[in-house]
Design a protein around this ligand. Sequence first.
Ligand SMILES: *[C@@H]1O[C@H](CO)[C@@H](O)[C@H](O)[C@H]1NC(C)=O
Ligand SMILES: *[C@@H]1O[C@H](CO)[C@@H](O)[C@H](O)[C@H]1NC(C)=O
Ligand SMILES: *[C@@H]1O[C@H](CO)[C@@H](O)[C@H](O)[C@H]1NC(C)=O
Ligand SMILES: *[C@@H]1O[C@H](CO)[C@@H](O)[C@H](O)[C@H]1NC(C)=O
Length: 385
Amino acid sequence: METQKQLLVFILCSYLCFFPSGLIDIKTKRSLQVQYYLVTNPYLILVLFLMAENYGVEGPTHNERHKLYGFRPTKLFVFGDSYSDTGNVRKAIANSWKVPYGITFPGKPAGRFSDGRVFTDYLARYLGLKSPTPYRWRRYAGKRLRYGMNFAYGGTGVFDTTAPEPNMTTQIDFFQQLIHDKVYTQEDLASSIALVTLAGNDYGAFKARNGSAGLINFIPLVVNQLVVDLKRIRGVGLKKIAVTALQPLGCLPQSTYMTSFQRCNGTENMLVGYHNLLLQNAVAKLNTEAKDTSFVILDLYDSFLSVLNDKGKILGSAKFENPLKPCCLGMSSDYRCGSIEENGSKKYTVCDDPGSAFFWDMVHPTQEGWRAVYIALQSTLEHLY
Ligand SMILES: *[C@@H]1O[C@H](CO)[C@@H](O)[C@H](O)[C@H]1NC(C)=O
Ligand SMILES: *[C@@H]1O[C@H](CO)[C@@H](O)[C@H](O)[C@H]1NC(C)=O
Ligand SMILES: *[C@@H]1O[C@H](CO)[C@@H](O)[C@H](O)[C@H]1NC(C)=O
Ligand SMILES: *[C@@H]1O[C@H](CO)[C@@H](O)[C@H](O)[C@H]1NC(C)=O
């Protein structure tokens, strides 16, 4: 019922707020600022009004903050996909293990879907921890186990996707098994933080199987399953859980190559807006119900857009001159970043300076891109303490 009401209101708003602008031109002043458009639109006020009772996601109240005083996370547990994977996906099936992935850090391919560090690495650094060991390499982790563990697998979602890797349910099963095996104690968990990323592979899989029609009805199913997973993670005993809002899928190079990387696909971003609205509401509800736990949304939608709009200027320099264009690109639509012929000849190009590109490949930011997003998220990250 609740979801249906929201859907109705959202669709009403979508038509009125988004469709006049259609494709959003990155070069115009209006550019990517869908938010600005929304804020100035009376229908959004209506939406917010109707949902006011559910709102209040802004982080801990004074009371909660007081209770959390002195909370210093000692471990990070990570669930999700390629936006947080640091080496779980098998070498045989992922480009992340091929040259030129990893050229900036650690200098060779190491299972990260980027030229270097990914969001997990920046969050770990923020918490004063080493990046947690990938689950697949846990037997070789040694002392590194004390920083937590990364269960994220590139290409996965809350449901099964086209990637033959563990979905989020299974990732949480792995985590529970380790607790059962006493690798981590309840005490450990009480001083731990979880990061949960969901970058849209469920939607990619849906499109591959069913096409775009009916996608909007699939969105509540994805969010509901994500909420089930979030509750499970909380149930295991984690006190702080950071979950990412979906990034603007319509701005990923896989969508913008149709316009030579000039314009975001407004239709896709609108669907992302709906996903994020449902997530926002569900998380607000969880926070209200919970007495000693706080879910924090890391808004990749806003942070990606603010970096893409400003081209990184907020960071002190205009670095990302052509922010929608990826650094590493297949030579034709048959090839991807990292593709080689049987005789070894390269079928991709890499830009001179990955540090000047926001996107690395068709889906993933560069290390410099992630750094910019991380900086844009600073004020939210403060809610993790
Ligand atoms: C996740 O994967 C497991 C194992 O393949 C499967 O049994 C389960 O149904 C999947 N969960 C979801 C929510 O798709
Ligand atoms: C696709 O369509 C089939 C049949 O209409 C349906 O059973 C399935 O749930 C849909 N979604 C996905 C993700 O395949
Ligand atoms: C935008 O995305 C929608 C949904 O994926 C697709 O049908 C449409 O063709 C795209 N538009 C452009 C101009 O790429
Ligand atoms: C590799 O093979 C392709 C065709 O498959 C050919 O065009 C290319 O010249 C070959 N390169 C080398 C270095 O032999």
